[in-house]
Design a protein around this ligand. Structure first.
Ligand code: UDP
Length: 237
């Protein structure tokens, strides 16, 4: 499968057409942004790690009954995926308070919830990805009620599966963001990526942050943290 026209270039990935109209190639970049593009930088080696980690995790989820866009990894930095139309929602699942949740509700980072918290944001950079509920999403025709129910069930299942995978490796899954897409026939599948760019991952022993917060908050050791989580993931999958 070969890359044809560049269809889209985002903050962390490029997407190319292929000879097959139903398939696309995703190419992961080392570029990093935070705070809606205000902070920019490069995390050396991130493209390869995010590509490989996302593929390992999606293959595992697929095995356990979550349909994904993954077709196959083409090389360390590029993957063949099914073409989807993205549902313009950022689907966030939280197990512990952190980031915007802590800020919004004034609670300390690390507060553990009795049940996972699921939230939707409208994927719209111009508006700053505002939080929304099911009624808002339906009113804006971002998804149907039925689709939202499917997305919610998959998101919670993904959370259970990923929590287990990371717990086995001494890592706490604090929260994560996923995106879903529709195949040509309307089937909802997991799309985008699952990586330290999109998950908060803390060492279970030391509570050290092993994710993009090291970049967002200038904590140093960003590359090393990405390498370490990838190494811990690969040992034993
Ligand atoms: N997240 C993401 N992309 C976004 C916003 C959030 O991948 O545009 C991830 C983020 O890495 C974290 C989770 O979603 O794992 C929850 O993020 P939060 O809402 O706390 O926002 P943040 O504090 O990152 O702005």
């Amino acid at each position: 499968m070969e890359k044809q026209a560049l269809l889209y270039e985002g903050k962390a990935k490029k997407v190319y057409a292929t000879q097959d109209p139903q398939l696309l190639i995703v190419s992961y970049k080392d570029d990093a942004t935070a705070f809606n593009g205000l902070k920019k930088g490069v995390i050396q080696g991130k493209g390869v790690i995010n590509n490989q980690m996302s593929n390992l995790l999606m293959a595992e989820l697929e095995k356990r009954g979550v349909p994904t866009h993954l077709v196959r990894e083409l090389n360390p930095q590029e993957t063949l995926v099914k073409r989807v139309s993205i549902v313009p929602l950022e689907v966030i699942v939280r197990n512990l308070a952190a980031g915007s949740f802590s800020k919004r509700y004034g609670v300390e980072e690390g507060l553990a919830f009795a049940e996972p918290v699921l939230e939707f944001s409208y994927k719209n950079d111009g508006l700053g990805d505002p939080l929304l509920n099911d009624d808002h999403a339906v009113a804006l025709k971002l998804a149907t009620r039925e689709e939202l129910a499917v997305i919610r069930a998959y998101a919670l299942k993904i959370n259970r599966l990923l929590q287990g995978i990371w717990a086995d490796r001494g890592i706490i899954l604090v929260d994560f963001k996923v995106e879903f897409g529709r195949l040509a026939d309307g089937t909802i599948v997991l799309a985008d990526e699952i990586s330290p760019d999109t998950c908060r991952l803390w060492d279970a022993q030391t509570r050290e942050k092993l994710d993009k917060d090291r970049f967002r908050r200038d904590l140093g050791g960003v590359e090393e943290a990405y390498r370490q989580v990838m190494e811990r993931l690969s040992s034993g999958l």
